[in-house]
Design a protein around this ligand. Sequence first.
Ligand SMILES: Cc1ncc(COP(=O)(O)O)c(C=O)c1O
Length: 329
Amino acid sequence: MIDLAIADLKFPPPGIVIRELMREISKINYYPSGDYLEIKQAFCDYLRPDVSLGPENLVFGNGLDEIIDLVTRVWGGVNLIPAPTFSQYSMAAARSGHREISSNMLHQGKYDLDFDEADLRKASLVWICNPNNPTGDLISRKKIEQVINSARGMVAVDECYYEYTEKTVVDLIKDCENLIVLRSFSKNFGIAGLRLGVAISSPKNIMKIERIRQPFNVNRLAEKAGVIVLRHKNEYKKIWQRVLKIGKKFAAEIKRIGYRPFPVNANFVLVDFLDETKASEAYLKLKEGGIKTYPGWSEEDFQGSLNQHIRFAIGAERDMNLVVKILKS
Ligand SMILES: Cc1ncc(COP(=O)(O)O)c(C=O)c1O
């Protein structure tokens, strides 16, 4: 099967990254550093064009999934979740026994933030995913600023797919005590299998997470891989451009067939098949043709809003061409 269901990076890391990482394998008898200072310093340098921050502004996690759990444990008494969005915000709330207010933000095929003021006052933690998974829509900086200013609690902005658009609010951290920005190394630097994510916020907020994380929550190889991939970020830029190019071409083909692709701002494309029967037929046909995809109706958290939608991870050009060929037939 060609897996276009999970939106990890479908292209392997550059050869130089693999070679440098191989040298670290012989040292796995040692614990990770525990203070993660080297990767923190490297990530501060990586953030520098947008903002100048220090290691005290960062905490790393075993994938962004762990960070989402930790953030929820610290602030998530009442979680405000703009649906349809990444399911782990809701699942983390459930795992911690916290409350959730889910608010639909998808209107006439466009996802945009339009929180109820009363909900913003009630919530101890507001989630924003930008660009949003699974719709791919970008949320404007102005909208995010409005939420940060109106929210009574913490606002978590998940910029897991940042590298594809380079739109960020990380520079607001200096002035906004109620903002925490989240990034991952999975979709961009292609080390999803090693698990590495990071939260960026004020030192006071970061300390709250540091206090509850496990001492060696990030494994030694992930910590080293983080430093290595950041050193070779220019190599990755070519991969991100390639992913976007393939994704945009795929979206144009989908449009030509008569379906509606959502914006391509990350390594996936959501497609509206305009009809539930057509969507389930397409899903089954693709499966028969050896292509696994992510159907919107499989996710309880989408509350029926994506019953005629399928999300495709952007893979190699020949895989996307095969999808188009099957859909055309
Ligand atoms: C919006 C969003 N946040 C976080 C994650 C989790 O990232 P990680 O692989 O770093 O745990 C994903 C993965 O699908 C995602 O789509």
